[in-house]
Design a binder for this molecule. Structure first.
Ligand code: SF4
Length: 423
């Protein structure tokens, strides 16, 4: 059902979802005139930039070797490239709806390739070893009287997190709102969030793991003899542990890009805290739909993060060392961001191999890949399902029309051509 209404010459979309950060605020009122977004009421400055920065993409719908091409030519070239590779890899998937993720999994299966959601594997391996005590943002909003922000700066990166969910809301359990909650922040930098803390602990750079294991020891009641640990006086760490103990419902929020060892330390700490009181933990993810990618991959294959399809054997885990990535001889980047691969350890290997890029960027670089195909802008011109960082699915609605197809439509066209060629 279309919930929009028209007032004068403007279309008004209530309860729109902002995908600019992992909060996925779903209360934004977007006002559109023609194909131009005029206002994103309720959004923070990052969200406003996301909505108002959207312009109708001009120019060709695709490029092959930097030369303009039409959609069919580009799909054909992409199908030849991927179907002809002995070890193709599908990567990216953050800026994509769940429907697009499903199409990506099916394409990877039909070309007998690998599929990888960047940055997920290390975290998943850690979580599988210690488990995860998590919740929704609504639960934190209603119950958390103690919040620890561990090495993250949500005031800057997730501007509405505190006001909507974590710190300020009043609830039946916490009628005083901010006054009923205690905020502790541990970081290595003087962040904006650290300045707002009731208890701020600036620790030494590189001491994160040491600090987490110290906290675990203190929570267990193990006596520690030292004046300072990780650049922080022992008495300050002890003060934090006292706050842990005093909490009726505690929540630890950390940067979703943390490394595997830190994730393991944080989740182990939460597991131990739950022997004494109630504690939950949640990674603060950036924008897009990386959580959805992980979920779809798990539903469809049973393997989150990275998977390799081998004909006759079904999906195989690629988690240990990602052999699919290093052995790939063709890569399909499904994301609005062609730099997605530049965070990966295997970048140099991947740079040398042919790439197909699907991008919703309004000014894509024609040379970014051998084949570049433009798609509708994620979060603005695409409808579908997206997952908030706490795992809650939300309906995303296109507030303006696009002249380009969705990621899902492009992937299905490539898969169709691959099958036709094989037949
Ligand atoms: S907090 Fe995040 S999701 Fe909410 S409006 Fe700002 S950028 Fe968008």
């Amino acid at each position: 059902m279309d919930p929009s209404r028209t007032v004068d010459d403007r279309r008004i979309w209530p309860d729109s979802v902002c995908t600019a950060c992992g909060c996925l605020c779903d209360d934004i009122v977007v006002k559109v005139k023609g194909d131009r977004i005029l206002e994103a009421q309720g959004a923070c400055s990052i969200g406003e930039g996301h909505f108002l920065g959207n312009r109708r993409g001009d120019g060709p719908e695709a490029w092959i070797h930097g030369e303009p091409a039409n959609f069919d030519e580009a799909v054909e070239r992409a199908a030849i490239l991927l179907a002809g590779a002995s070890c193709p890899l599908v990567i990216g998937l953050q800026e994509c709806t769940t429907e697009g993720h499903r199409a990506a999994v099916e394409l990877a299966e039909s070309i007998g390739g690998g599929l990888e959601v960047p940055g997920v594997s290390a975290t998943i391996l850690s979580l599988q070893s210690v488990g995860e005590v998590t919740c929704t943002l609504g639960e934190i909003q209603n119950r958390a009287d103690f919040v620890l922000i561990w090495r993250a700066d949500p005031v800057r990166t997730h501007p509405r997190l505190f006001s909507r969910h974590v710190l300020e809301p009043r609830s039946d359990f916490l009628p005083g709102g901010r006054n009923d909650r205690f905020l502790a922040v541990v970081d290595i930098r003087e962040t904006t969030t650290l300045k707002e803390a009731d208890l701020a602990i600036p620790m030494d750079e590189g001491a994160e793991v040491e600090a987490l294991w110290l906290l675990r020891a203190l929570v267990k009641g193990i006596a520690i003899e030292a004046e300072q640990i990780a650049g922080v006086a022992l008495k300050d760490w002890q003060a934090l542990v006292e706050r842990f103990r005093a909490a009726r419902y505690g929540a630890i929020l950390y940067d979703g890009r943390s490394n595997g060892l830190s994730v393991r330390g944080i989740h182990s700490l939460v597991r131990e805290l739950n022997e004494r009181t109630r504690f939950v933990v949640m990674p603060l993810h950036s924008g897009g739909n990386g959580v959805g990618a992980r979920n779809v991959l798990t539903w469809r294959t049973g393997l989150p993060g990275a998977v390799r399809f081998v004909e006759g054997q079904g999906p195989l885990s690629s988690d240990a060392g990602l052999p699919s990535a290093t052995a790939a001889d063709a890569v399909l980047v499904v994301s609005g961001n062609p730099m997605v691969m530049d965070n990966e350890p295997t970048t140099e290997v991947r740079r040398k191999i042919p790439r197909v890029l699907l991008t919703g960027n309004q000014e894509p670089h024609p040379q970014a890949a051998e084949v570049v195909i433009r798609t509708a802008a994620f979060g603005i011109e695409t409808s579908g399902t997206v997952y908030r960082m706490d795992g809650v699915p939300l309906p995303l609605r296109a507030v303006v029309a696009s002249r380009f197809p969705t990621v899902e439509a492009v992937l299905r066209s490539i898969e169709h051509r691959v099958r036709e060629r094989r037949a």
